[in-house]
Write a protein that binds this ligand. Structure first.
Ligand SMILES: NC(=O)C1=CN([C@@H]2O[C@H](COP(=O)(O)OP(=O)(O)OC[C@H]3O[C@@H](n4cnc5c(N)ncnc54)[C@H](OP(=O)(O)O)[C@@H]3O)[C@@H](O)[C@H]2O)C=CC1
Ligand SMILES: CC(=O)[C@@H](O)[C@H](O)COP(=O)(O)O
Ligand SMILES: [Mn+2]
Length: 382
């Protein structure tokens, strides 16, 4: 029996993780849960799984949740300290990090320091502080197991192989809802359209990131840290069917791919059971039904975010931290209807141009750079 904590259990990945656990109750026990606004769902999850501890960010919401639960034995905690308490609970073996954004960084680092293995969905953590997180993981002998579908695919294709034999990693991208749009067409797209992903049903932030291709940019940086490869070894290919989740090319020119219908429960389950595999009832791939698989070059002229992410990774230091923070704020401004879709990349590019990169920092300095970027972008008039 594996004891797990789920950070962000009320979100898209969190709910699908709950689904995987529900189907495998003899394998997993939920020790900790966390949510933010959706305390109705968190209450239901607590009633069903009776975790030892649950966290929300806001103190008033924590009090409301505690009152709703009546005589529950689950301890209710709040704020960043609460999230860290869920991530570091003594009995926990594995922490699944599925909060959205940079808020996941400190709880992940504390969990690593507490020798908990990490099933990582929260890619922003590695984008903002990949070097620090991976170094801490090495120091504490902790595994960072990818949940992100592309990285799970690569991780699966790498089992039993040596990293020195890798030539290239090929990340597939759906192309998002605006694949093939011209710059003029992109000026007019709405929030509702940006949230309509052609293949995956995901949270709002990652859906917008997929639409700008920033999601793939973040994934390039995530891959760099997870698999210790250079930016030049990571290629992105548009594959609209989302059947091949990513590929690894070896130095003998052999290429391995991981495939399946788009269903996040598959990589989530693998991250929970790794290195083992469990039977499930998810739809089996029928290649004859799929018919054809197609591939295209990404259009970084219309979707500059992918190029900006590559450039940030090549510059290194604090640049990816700033890229991530600025992107989080700009996506939120777009979701609130305060800026247009095309302004996400335009403003981001200006911020990156002005940032004076810092090369050596600790986690507190990363959090300062993150905060400073957020304030800067909120106050800037471009
Ligand atoms: N969805 C997907 O298919 C995939 C997602 N990912 C990554 O996984 C992460 C989660 O994505 P997804 O599940 O789609 O996102 P959602 O928006 O659906 O869920 C986010 C979760 O985090 C909680 N949360 C939001 N803001 C905060 C905050 N400030 N502090 C603490 N908790 C917070 C939410 O709580 P509440 O809902 O209660 O407000 C919710 O539980 C992201 O990093 C994303 O990039 C990676 C691959 C695929
Ligand atoms: C499910 C998943 O892993 C997402 O990151 C997905 O890949 C997003 O799709 P895009 O390929 O459109 O970014
Ligand atoms: Mn992905």
């Amino acid at each position: 029996m594996k004891n797990i904590s789920i950070l962000g259990s009320t979100g898209s990945i969190g709910r699908q993780t709950i689904d995987v656990v529900r189907s495998n109750k003899e394998e997993f026990h939920i020790s900790g849960l966390s949510g933010n606004n959706n305390i109705e769902l968190l209450e239901q999850q607590i009633r069903e799984f009776r975790p030892r501890i649950a966290a929300v960010m806001d103190e008033a919401k924590a009090l409301e949740l505690w009152k709703r639960l009546g005589k529950s034995k689950t301890e209710i905690v709040w704020g960043l300290d609460g999230l860290i308490a869920v991530a570091t609970l003594e009995e926990v073996d594995l922490v699944l990090t599925s909060v959205v954004g940079m808020i996941g960084l400190l709880p992940t680092i504390r969990a690593v320091q507490g020798k908990k293995n990490i099933a990582l969905a929260n890619k922003e953590t590695l984008v903002a502080a990949g070097e620090i997180v991976m170094e801490e993981a090495r120091r504490h002998g902790v595994k960072i197991i990818p949940v992100d579908s592309e990285h799970s695919a690569i991780f699966q294709c790498l089992q039993g192989y040596r990293m020195k034999d890798i030539r290239r990693i090929i990340l597939t991208a759906s192309g998002g809802p605006f694949r093939g749009y011209s710059k003029d067409e992109l000026q007019k797209v709405t929030v509702a359209e940006a949230l309509r992903h052609p293949r995956w049903n995901m949270g709002k932030k990652i859906s917008v990131d997929s639409a700008t291709l920033m999601n793939k940019g973040l994934e390039v940086i995530e891959a760099k840290w997870l698999f210790d490869v250079d930016a030049a070894q990571i290629e992105v290919v548009i594959h609209p069917q989302s059947i091949i989740h990513s590929l690894v090319e070896y130095k003998d020119s052999s290429v391995l791919a991981q495939m399946g219908y788009p269903d996040m429960r598959v990589p989530i389950q693998y991250a929970l059971t790794y290195p083992n595999r469990l039977e499930n009832h998810y739809e089996k791939l029928d290649l004859l039904k799929v018919g054809s698989l197609t591939f295209e070059k990404p259009d970084t002229d219309c979707f500059p975010c992918l190029r900006l992410a590559y450039e940030s990774l090549k510059i290194g230091g604090s640049m990816p931290t700033v890229l991530n923070a600025a992107n989080e704020v700009l996506v939120e401004l777009f979701l609130q209807g305060k800026i247009g879709f095309h302004e996400i990349s335009e403003r981001l590019e200006k911020v990156l141009e002005k940032h004076e990169v810092v090369h050596r920092f600790d986690v507190n300095e990363i959090m300062e750079i993150d905060l400073w970027t957020r304030k800067w972008i909120q106050n800037m008039t471009i």
